[in-house]
Write a protein that binds this ligand. Structure first.
Ligand code: MN
Length: 718
């Protein structure tokens, strides 16, 4: 340390400040935190050149004025350690416990918010974010005190930096303090910012204020004296205080009302503090008896407290000279709440949380914010400028760079990714939330930082439709899936076209396909192939568009009894149940004495049983014509167990003109079930297009064709 370096407030000083209101404070822990913070910040300096650690200690001292608990005081001492020193969350947690580590981490997150000049418009969002992300309002209390100290010492900063900080303070921190019911904090923050933002305006208010005092003498003294006298006469026990309002408050009232600097009621405020609630009303009676109440200015926030816990009676009265004064009447306890607001909840008196019956439970306070707040009711209050609403329908998360992304509640990393950029969303393969890998269906919470992991060549999955909640993400996913489906249908269509042309001894050249597309009035070759792949048209139709003479007359469907070609006259056939070959697939027959021929798919496992009996094998192929939907095939499908899923699947199958002959559940879990669907189809193209359709459905987790049914006998038939 250099000569002259010293810390303005020692650990002993700070402990003394805490002990005044909390004799049971854990002095050792505070001293520990003090030493730890001091050693970590070591030689770091503030803009003024003084030791950096003076700042956290000053913040802690500000919080002792609000009589806050040890955890809050220690958080203040450590509030810049995780951000600015080598301290880590883990270390803070180990030394000072999880609660304090969480609080310090919360302050660090708020500090990391990027509030750049362009984002002044986002001020409302940021205020919402602050409230929403701080499950523990002590985080905001520390952050506000941090800002207050920085504003008190802002002169050491460069002018541009001063202006930026002052703007933020005016837009975000001061209104936030107001919402939390901390009036003194709000007023001081506003005034410190006003000093930077409009020094001339402020100076002129002060000048005029001084002139007014010269003209009228000590108004405060005179009026408080009159009031005390009236209250005494009426036998009401009460203290009366008067004060001049802060320059910024006066300035704003003048701006709002476009008024000259003359109304006493805009400059001075008077307060009557009584021992009991009943005395408040008695005091009100005495005041109204003596002075005339100004109509429309009476508000009873005792019988109807504000959402931030504020209680008081407000009235404005005018004297014989016509001068108006504003009076607030409240009990001592109400006054504490009015000054410290939500902080009153953590206030300590004599080593225990103070039992102020009017202290607001922070959880309830947040809850009340969800209710409609009538700004009209609050005309007299400084809070009226901003309408309270709670943001229970929103979550705010961070990018790794600290930018805020606003999402609807229930949003997942998929939504986050698409909110940043469609490209990021499409390439998403995973996500880290607060540095931990999480599944993509994880619901994001306020204040989490989200890092999207991307990979080239990745494309959106059908299952994402269930995971995403934002319209932007869902639309992008659907678009991508449609594209992908089309690509798959085209590929399949090309295969089908090739085999259809092969069957008539021709080649499915690009030329032939383009010709067919034209003949069939499709927009181009890909369009034709996609339709073929999706079974909208058949390979036979495509072939006949180019080579009508090569095919049997169109119209009649192939008789199921004559569907297989290559049998001897009079020989009958059955389809093997094991592999369920469909028209369009390559097949082979196995002859049985007295039973005709059993037709297998060429790749059926069961055929190995006949390898040493080549005399029983029979070359067969399916009829090229169009077949009726009578050929059985079995699909094994895994579905999300949601209401209506199965119904939707069955409807889809019906739409493809396949028949369902049976359904059989294999496995039922709470979230998934597996079942076998027995279908009757035209041919293999029909099956493939049906499978594609089902696969594209978001409720379908898995789908496959079952080709190894029937354990005992390969010869049983469909
Ligand atoms: Mn700080």
């Amino acid at each position: 340390m250099k000569d002259g370096d010293h810390l303005e407030i020692s650990a002993d000083d700070l402990i003394a400040l805490v002990s005044r209101y909390n004799p049971k404070t854990n002095a050792d822990l505070i001293r520990d935190a003090y030493d730890y913070g001091r050693d970590l910040h070591a030689e770091q300096r503030r803009h003024s050149g003084e030791l950096y650690f003076n700042h956290p200690v000053a913040v802690a001292a500000i919080l002792t004025e609000q009589q806050l608990d040890d955890a809050t005081i220690i958080t203040a001492l450590l509030h810049d350690t995780i951000e600015d020193t080598k301290a880590s969350y883990a270390e803070v947690s180990e030394r000072f416990g999880e609660e304090i580590a969480e609080l310090v981490d919360g302050v660090t997150k708020l500090t990391n918010l990027q509030l750049t000049s362009t984002e002044t418009k986002q001020a409302e969002n940021f205020r919402k974010l602050f409230m929403a992300m701080s499950k523990d309002l002590r985080v905001i209390l520390v952050k506000l005190s941090d800002r207050l100290h920085n504003m008190r010492t802002i002169r050491a900063m460069k002018p541009e930096k001063q202006a930026q900080k002052a703007r933020e303070t005016m837009d975000i921190y001061a209104p936030l303090a107001g919402r939390m019911g901390m009036q003194w904090m709000r007023e001081e923050l506003e005034d410190l910012a006003f000093r930077v933002l409009n020094p001339e305006g402020r100076a002129s208010i002060i000048r005029r204020f001084i002139n007014l005092q010269k003209e009228t003498g000590d108004v405060i003294q005179r009026i408080t004296g009159d009031m005390r006298h009236e209250l005494e006469k009426a036998g009401v026990e009460a203290d009366v205080f008067g004060r001049a309002k802060k320059p910024y408050s006066i300035w704003r009232k003048m701006q709002e009302k476009d008024q000259a600097f003359s109304r006493l009621s805009d400059i001075y405020g008077f307060r009557i503090i009584t021992p009991s609630e009943e005395d408040c009303y008695r005091a009100l009676g005495a005041i109204h008896q003596r002075w005339r109440a100004v109509p429309g200015r009476f508000k009873d926030y005792i019988s109807q407290p504000k959402t931030n816990g504020y209680r008081s009676i407000h009235t404005t009265v005018s004297g014989r000279d016509g001068k108006r004064v504003e009076v607030q009447i409240r009990t001592g306890q109400m006054h504490d709440v009015a000054e410290t607001g939500v902080a009153a909840h953590w206030s300590y008196r004599d080593g225990v949380r103070s039992r102020n019956p009017f202290a607001v439970d922070p959880a309830r306070w947040i809850a009340t914010l969800t209710e409609q707040f009538d700004a009209e009711d609050d005309h007299q209050d400084f809070l009226e400028a901003v309408k309270l609403e709670m943001y229970s329908d929103q979550v705010f998360c961070f990018t790794p760079k600290g930018e805020v992304v606003k999402l609807p509640r229930g949003a997942t990393p998929i939504d986050f990714a698409f909110a940043i950029h469609t490209r990021i969303g499409s390439a998403c393969v995973g996500a880290k939330v607060d540095h931990m890998r999480v599944p993509l269906w994880t619901r994001l919470k306020n204040g989490q930082s989200v890092d999207i992991i991307t990979a080239e060549g990745q494309s959106p999955q059908a299952t994402w439709l269930d995971i995403a909640v934002t319209g932007k993400a869902r639309a992008a996913i659907r678009r991508a899936l449609r594209e992908e489906d089309k690509a798959r249908f085209i590929k399949l269509g090309r295969e089908l076209a090739r085999s259809a042309f092969d069957n008539v001894g021709r080649k499915a050249t690009d030329k032939a396909l383009s010709t067919a597309a034209r003949a069939m009035r499709f927009s181009d070759r890909d369009d034709l192939l996609a339709r073929l792949g999706s079974a909208e048209i058949t390979g036979r139709e495509v072939v006949s568009a180019v080579y009508p003479q090569l095919l049997p007359k169109k119209g009649a469907e192939v008789d199921a009894k004559r569907a297989v070609i290559g049998l001897s006259p009079g020989q009958s056939f059955e389809r093997a149940f094991c592999c369920q070959p469909l028209p369009g697939e390559r097949i082979v027959g196995i002859t049985f004495k007295g039973r005709g021929v059993v037709v297998h798919a060429i790749d059926c496992d069961r055929l190995s049983a006949y390898e040493d009996q080549p005399e029983r094998w029979l070359d067969l192929h399916w009829h090229e014509g169009s077949h009726p939907a009578v050929y059985g095939a079995t699909l094994e499908v895994t579905l999300n167990n949601d209401a209506g899923t199965l119904g939707r699947i069955c409807t889809l199958i019906g739409e493809t003109r396949a028949n369902i002959s049976d359904l059989q559940f294999v496995d039922r879990k709470p979230d998934f079930y597996r079942l076998l669907i027995y279908l009757e189809l035209r041919d293999v193209a029909h099956l493939h297009s049906l499978m594609l359709t089902l696969e594209a459905e978001s409720d379908v987790a898995a789908i496959s064709r079952c080709r190894n049914l029937g354990n005992e006998s390969a010869e049983s038939t469909a």
